[in-house]
Design a protein around this ligand. Structure first.
Ligand code: ZN
Length: 651
């Protein structure tokens, strides 16, 4: 593997920076890197992800093969052993899912479905809709239960409804049929059942809100008492379902999309029992496809990997195993990971970077010309209140009550899933634990949580190419500084700005400022909406609005933070690899988003990913930055940049 991280070797200096800054910054890398067969995309996040996977593999193997020193090591070792035991999976075939299949088969009438749905949800199978527990966004101090639209397995409702996916839909029905056939259905039954599944999912897709509509937290917040729920959804039996989840004495729930459940209220009682059973059977087989024998996984991969995403070959089994453990018992694996991979020095440097980026953001807010002093004061107050979490949780999850086996993968999955699920359910109505993390420590990512007003940076991202103690400030401020600025800006994007400093969905803007914000945000949406991903396919400017605002804010804040840091350290201007600090900043920013995706994957991502494609994340914030032209003038033969975009800065 190449050494990952910023390098001028990734550049193509034969390209003019004002002509195509993306190729100028990453052209050599783009020319010399193909997407590996097992992947659907590559880029900076992915390079680090792969490097991390090797570390996690090593940990998992040691736990599995050695004598465990702790309960944590035993859990990781047992889970990994059970996953890697392919021979056992081949011998058992469908046996591990028989108990749950029996329950589906034995369902006497459609009226019995609510409690079965609850039972399935506890082991990771979400039919028709799903439920989860998180802070109540209008009362962020306590946990609430949310019930949300769902029930479909294709990546987005468009795959069911848009004529351009007609071919894939046919393939999907064939795939479902093949899975039923493997499971032992006669071909004619398998086909009828596959069609029944497709009919149900298509009906659900029709009434699902779009991903753009789902970005409106106010519309998705419909608090109802259990009494109200029972009277509005009489036949759906949500109360029964909640009891089966273990939520026996809750007073209210938040229904994400009431009209979706209105539809279910009519649809489910009229479903033929056999069709309902086919649908549930399919969902179990689909959800558990990675846990069963090879034939099932290969069938899954043939459709969801190859056809949907353009992936050429499956990821090696060990990678799938490590990913699953990270997903299921991530704080066990993560506790072992940070022992070797996050030190006090990195933590100190990270704290310093976050503090500098925060003060740079504050300075920018003070200077904004479109916002009243009154709203500015509140914005500054909110910024100062953002809680920061770096590295890993103060206290890791207590898994002492979770017991796994070395030779029962499906059971391990169910036990670990139910462990988390029950833990969540038991906290409904109780105070929110502000020390908890929503990402595991090895994760190469970061997030802003509006309802806790917090930014969170797992240990995983404090490594090259995002953070490198051996690199100059320009590179670190562009990369990890840019990520920090991005996450902070989320508190002030079109969604985050609706939350107050305590994390409640409650307005704090003066009306005139809010209107100005909206019209500026529309400009951002228009600019990105005009960008072409591939011929005939454009970025969805509305879906990606929040992320684009965060990228645009992130680069501004990080650039100012760099200037402040250089000034503070008394930096004497010198060229590194022939570039100034300012130039290296923009090149490193664009390089952070070097990347490629397969065409199938690009189409999928345009529909579901709230981020713009990497190319535009690298390019647009850089070339629209107020200092960009000035910094690259001498390196360009052109007078100005080729494609001029309006300055669309909000922050
Ligand atoms: Zn983001």
């Amino acid at each position: 593997m190449d050494k990952i991280g910023f390098s001028v070797k990734n550049m193509d200096r034969s390209v003019d920076p004002f002509g195509d800054f993306y190729s100028y910054s990453s052209g050599s890398w783009l020319k010399t890197h193909d997407i590996p067969k097992e992947k659907t995309r590559i880029g900076s996040f992915d390079e680090l992800y792969e490097a991390n996977m090797l570390i996690l593999k090593d940990i998992a193997e040691k736990c599995a093969n050695g004598k465990p020193d702790s309960h944590t090591e035993r859990l990781v070792g047992d889970f990994y052993s059970s996953y890697m035991n392919e021979n056992l999976a081949e011998r058992l075939k469908f046996k591990p899912v028989m108990p749950i299949m029996k329950k589906i088969r034995d369902m006497e009438s459609i009226e019995k479905i609510p409690s079965l749905l609850g039972e399935l949800a506890r082991i990771g199978v979400n039919a028709f809709f799903s439920s989860y527990v998180t802070s109540d966004i209008k009362n962020s101090e306590i946990y609430a239960l949310y019930t949300w639209q769902g029930g479909t397995s294709l990546p987005d409702r468009d795959y069911y409804l848009n004529p351009k996916f007609a071919e894939l839909r046919k393939e999907y029905v064939k795939h479902i049929k093949s899975v039923f056939t493997l499971y032992g259905s006669k071909p004619s039954y398998a086909m009828a059942d596959a069609k029944a599944v497709m009919d149900i999912e298509t009906e659900l897709a029709k009434v699902q809100r779009t991903n753009v509509e789902l970005r409106d937290d106010r519309k998705n917040y419909n608090k109802m008492t259990i009494k109200q729920i029972s009277s509005r959804y009489k036949k759906l039996g949500l109360e029964e379902y909640y009891k089966a989840l273990g939520a026996k004495s809750i007073s209210y729930a938040i229904i994400g999309q009431p009209e979706f459940f209105d539809k279910l209220e009519k649809m489910i009682p009229e479903l033929e029992l056999n069709k309902a059973k086919a649908y549930l059977t399919w969902l179990v087989l689909h959800t558990y496809s990675g846990l069963l024998h090879k034939a099932v996984y290969n069938e899954y991969f043939g459709f969801f990997g190859r056809k949907i995403s353009g992936q050429k070959s499956p990821r090696p089994r060990w990678k799938r195993g490590v990913s699953l453990i990270d997903y299921m018992i991530g704080e066990a694996l993560g506790a072992l990971y940070v022992k070797q991979n996050f030190d006090a020095k990195t933590k100190r440097k990270a704290d310093e970077l976050v503090a500098n980026v925060r003060s740079s953001f504050a300075e920018r807010i003070k200077k904004i010309d479109w916002m009243s002093e009154q709203t500015k004061k509140k914005a500054l107050d909110k910024l100062a209140s953002i809680n920061q979490k770096i590295g890993y949780p103060k206290k890791f999850r207590d898994y002492s009550k979770l017991l796994l086996k070395r030779d029962d993968l499906v059971r391990n999955f169910q036990m670990a899933y139910a462990f988390e699920f029950d833990r969540d359910i038991s906290r409904i109505g109780k105070p929110v634990d502000r020390n908890e993390w929503g990402m595991t420590p090895p994760t190469v990512n970061a997030y802003y949580n509006p309802s806790l007003n917090e930014i969170v940076f797992p240990a995983g991202i404090f490594q090259p190419p995002f953070f490198d103690a051996n690199k100059d400030d320009a590179v670190n401020y562009a990369c990890i500084g840019g990520v920090i600025g991005h996450e902070m800006t989320h508190g002030f994007d079109d969604q985050g700005s609706r939350y107050d400093k305590k994390g409640n969905l409650k307005g704090w803007w003066r009306k005139t400022d809010e209107n100005k914000f909206k019209s500026k945000a529309e400009k951002v949406a228009r600019l990105y909406g005009s960008l072409e991903v591939m011929p005939g396919l454009k970025v969805n400017g509305k879906l990606t609005l929040g992320e684009n605002i965060a990228d645009l804010g992130g680069i501004n804040i990080a650039f100012d933070a760099l200037k402040m840091a250089l000034k503070k350290s008394g930096y004497k201007e010198k060229l590194i690899d022939g570039f100034t600090q300012e130039q290296r900043f923009f090149i490193a920013w664009a390089q952070m988003y070097k990347g490629k995706a397969r065409p199938e994957e690009s189409k999928r991502l345009v529909l579901i990913d709230p981020h713009s494609p990497e190319k535009f994340r690298g390019l647009i914030p850089a070339i629209t930055h107020e200092s960009f032209q000035k910094e690259f003038k001498e390196l360009s033969k052109k007078r100005t940049i080729a494609t001029k975009h309006d300055n669309v800065n909000l922050w």
